[in-house]
Design a protein around this ligand. Structure first.
Ligand code: SIN
Length: 299
């Protein structure tokens, strides 16, 4: 049996200087922190926003509890971090198109985001991050899991790093939103979040290892939703390498899991985190609003 034990995983909470406005409680050794002391629906000062950004960079995903935000306030909070993304394929609210509802009803069996992925990576400038706000949460279940892709990169063998350094992967919207995509049959079955298959899908190539534009750290940047092959290799040639990377990317030591309540908010850094919406609450309703902040072209 070939079991790779993971020893001495270096934790990422390096910056020890105190926060002035927020209380910050790390959630696991791998990533994630809960933040207390900010009302996201209010007009926060630049100094508080700067601390939220610092915590995001330090912990990769940050969580808030007991928030109350209208869609407009949610949009305005998101805008403090950059331009907002209006989803190409999933419709936003009529009045506030930057806010995308993520809904699973009592009758739905399919959930949105129920695979490990980063958001919208088929875009030439994929998101910096997403801010997900719970309006209705199941009594039990419906957690979201997150995985630190800096640690995923840093713990690859030197050989794997050398093999893939400088190479790109092809990211396409087809496997989810296209005619052959995962949503196609679910759309016909009437699932709330499955969109009508589109003829023309977006596609981009991004480095397999990207460098974070703000921290300078390298992360693994491939995901099972959107990557169709490694550039220069066929899908069948790419598959064994990708499967190994996906398995490694979600090693338990790189992960945290967030339990939602009404009013909870998760803000993840899409450039160095993958996430997974756990689909274990059949018969219960879950209603979220997502605002997504645009990012830069990966390098
Ligand atoms: C998503 O992938 O954006 C949805 C995550 C979730 O609903 O937990």
């Amino acid at each position: 049996m070939n079991i790779a034990y993971r020893e001495n995983i270096s934790m990422t909470h390096q910056d020890a200087s105190p926060y002035q406005h927020l209380e910050v409680k790390p959630l696991t050794g791998g990533l994630g922190a809960e933040l207390f002391g900010a009302d996201l629906g209010s007009a926060l000062g630049d100094d508080v926003i700067a601390e939220i950004r610092r915590a995001l960079l330090q912990y990769q995903v940050i969580f808030f509890r007991d928030q109350e935000m209208t869609p407009e306030q949610h949009r305005d909070f998101g805008k403090r971090f950059g331009d907002l993304h209006i989803h190409e394929y999933v419709k936003g609210l009529d009045a506030v198109p930057e806010v995308m509802p993520v809904i699973k009803t009592e009758a739905d069996t399919f959930n949105f985001g129920g695979t490990w992925h980063s958001d919208v990576t088929y875009h030439t400038t994929p998101p910096l991050g997403s801010i997900l706000y719970a309006l209705e949460a199941p009594e039990v279940g419906g957690d979201t899991m997150f995985a630190n892709q800096y640690l995923a990169y840093e713990t690859l063998s030197d050989g794997m790093k050398e093999l893939l350094e400088g190479r790109k992967a092809v990211h396409s919207a087809e496997p989810i939103y296209g005619k052959t995509g995962a949503f196609s049959s679910r759309y016909k079955q009437g699932a709330s979040m499955a969109t009508k298959p589109v003829e023309v899908v977006l596609e981009s190539q991004h480095p397999i290892f990207r460098t974070h534009p703000e921290t300078g750290r390298k992360s693994l940047y491939v995901n099972g939703n959107f990557v169709v092959n490694l550039a220069g290799l066929s899908a069948i040639e790419s598959a064994p390498i990708l499967q190994r990377l996906y398995q490694h990317a979600t090693t338990p030591e790189f992960c945290c899991r967030f339990r939602w309540r009404k009013g909870s908010v998760a803000f993840w850094d899409n450039r160095c985190v993958q996430h997974y919406a756990v689909n274990d609450y059949t018969g219960q309703r879950r209603v979220m609003h997502r605002v997504t902040v645009m990012g830069d072209q990966p390098y």
